[in-house]
Design a protein around this ligand. Sequence first.
Ligand code: ADP
Length: 246
Amino acid sequence: MAQCRGVPPEISHNDQVMSPPIVPDSPGPVNVVLIGPPGSGKGTQAVRLAERYSIPHISTGEILRSAVRAGTDLGRQVADTLAKGSLVSDDLMTALVCARLSEPDTAAGFVLDGFPRTVTQAAALDRMLGQAPMIVILIEVPDGEIVRRMGTRRVCDSCRLTQSVADAFHPDTEPCPYCGGNLVRRPDDEPDTVRHRLATYAQYATPVIEHYRSRLSFAVVDGVQHADKVAAAVAEHIDRLRLQRQ
Ligand code: ADP
C-alpha cells in the first residue's frame, strides 16, 4: 500500500464453504482491519483472509511475541508488558505498524490483526492510509465464551499453530496433531492474565469501535459460530465492498 513513507510528525512522537473471491477489474488493495476481543478468532480469520486474497497477515501480537522469543531490543522492551497483558505504548506500536505497512508485500493489501487497539492508534492508522480504502470488521464474542475458549487454547511450540484442546487434555500424551510438537499455553493465556486482557479490551475497545462504526466499510460479524461461517460472512462483506468500488 502504503502511505506510510515518512511517519507524520504527530505519530513519530512519541460448515459453510466460502465461494471464490470475486475479483473486479481494478479492485485496488484489500486493506482489512480485524478487531475483536482476545480469543475472538481474529487470528484464525486473518490467516484465511491472507490466503484468500494473497495478502500478508500482520499480527502485532505475533510480531511482539516473536521479538520476545528472539530476545531482540524490541522483545526486551515489551516482555513485561506482554506478560502482564497490558498494552504496549501507542508510539511504539504505531512506529512498528507503520514500518511493517511500508514493506512492498502490502502493495495488494494486508490483514491487520491486533492494531489499532486505542483511538490514538486508530487515528494514526487513518493518517498512514490516507485515501487508501480500509475495511474494518469487528468479530463479536461475549466474555463468557472468551474465557471458555482461552482455557482450551494452546499453541504448538514447533509449528506455532494455535488450536483448541479438549477439556480433558493431557499435555504429555497429546502432541500437536499437525507436526507432533508440544502444545503449550501461551504465557499470556494464563487465567489471571486473560482477565486482565479482557478488562483492558473492555476499557479501550468501545471508543475504537465508535471511531469506525459510522463508516460504510465497517461491519460486525457474529464470532460465536463455526469458523467457516465467520469466514464466509467476513468474505462476503469484503467482496461486496470491492464490487461497489468498481
Ligand atoms: P489477543 O489475543 O489479546 O488479541 P494479541 O496476540 O493481539 O493478543 O496481542 C498480545 C499482546 O501484545 C497484548 O496483550 C499486548 O500486550 C500486545 N499488543 C499487541 N498489539 C498491540 C497494540 N496494537 N497496542 C498495544 N499492545 C499491543
